[in-house]
Design a binder for this molecule. Sequence first.
Ligand SMILES: *Cc1c(COP(=O)(O)O)cnc(C)c1O
Length: 466
Amino acid sequence: MKYISTRGGVPPQSFAEVVLTGLAPDGGLFVPQTLPRFSPAEIDDWRGLDYPSLVARIVTPFVGDDIPEPELQQIIARAYSTFRHRAIAPLVQSGHNEWVLELFHGPTLAFKDFALQFLGHLLDYILEQRQQKAVILGATSGDTGSAAIEGCRRCANIDIFILHPHERVSEVQRRQMTTVAAENVHNIALEGNFDDCQNLVKASFGDQSFLPEGRRLIAVNSINWARIMAQIVYYFWAALAVGGPQRKVSFSVPTGNFGDIFAGYLAHQMGLPVAQLVIATNANDILHRCISGNDHSKRPLVHSLSPSMDIMVSSNFERLLFDLYERDDVAIRQLMETFHTTGEFKLAESALAKARHLFGSACVDDELTVQTIAEEYGASDYLLDPHSAIGLAAGRRCRSDDSVPMICLATAHPAKFPEAVQRAGYPGAPPLPPHMSDLFEKAERFAVCANDRASVHRFIADHVSA
Ligand SMILES: *Cc1c(COP(=O)(O)O)cnc(C)c1O
């Protein structure tokens, strides 16, 4: 299996190279040259598999010859051994023909663990084979940093440095990062905001001369192909659990960077019968405006109660556009150029029609988010986190056929977002799961750094392992 860039400026690459690279050198995103396709009979055959075995079936064609099968199976087994639920991704019924897919049983209580536990072990294996070591550098305003740290803490060939804005992330989220006692994990609290963190990371990728000889930087943000690939699996998993592939199913997905829902789109392209994919956004609704009114224009960032979806532009959307434009890389380059210079673009009618055939969308503001959390808790004592509440509310609003099961993705555990949950009337802080109840007693370790590139680079150079 080879991978190509959505902007057409890179020769086809291997899986291993794509995983190490992240963003394509021409500024585009990597996508598989062709997708594997599974027949209904094949999918039906997977019904009895446990989660790791299903992962192996689905990702093997994407990995190709880059990793031998027994090693790949070992990587998968390790990645999902840290989840605290036997089913890995359990389904809970929330209404008539309506289900919540709980994706928050991983070590950091958010769905990002599905991809980052896997990616950490993949990278470690690939680096080991090449006898290389690498440095992961990332910026976080919350979930990504802790999930990346948990994914890499046991990787011998990786040093990981995560920047967060000093005193501007929630205490639960900070402690999930700073209480990890591992030699290769380094937290930097930058005296600046999240944008400063992101800009510093971006600039560092442009000039890596501050690193020791032979090291390279690896990005693990949601444009990394391996993250998307890992997320395809739970769409098949959930559909099989509610009667697929004989029966069509729909999904509602709390969406920020469009990584998670793009994995659902790929599942559909690979043969899973999906009736509808609902893009659920918060007040940062560029994708909802695009699908519903062909208005893909940048607006100022709104700080919402669902911070992990607070984004102005969804970078993975380019991967969908590439398909909507029949994989015409010239058209994609033009569209992105227009967006870069004017801050907006309109889709061609044919592309928009194709998108609307599968995708619905809804914007759920803070008020409806809180109302949904309160209603669900009142009706069935089930406590949703604000991101998951957006998924549920949007799924209900967009649902077009009650006979088709609607599966709403629950992307985080409510204990991570006490503010929204309390506004919904929950008394006190929602409890952490028992295995994490000592989070507030553990010692923290992080360095406070000036908002200055040279100081951060010096810190990294001083702390990279030998
Ligand atoms: C990252 C995240 C999202 C958004 O996922 P995308 O792949 O960026 O669309 C939604 N909910 C939670 C809790 C997240 O951490």
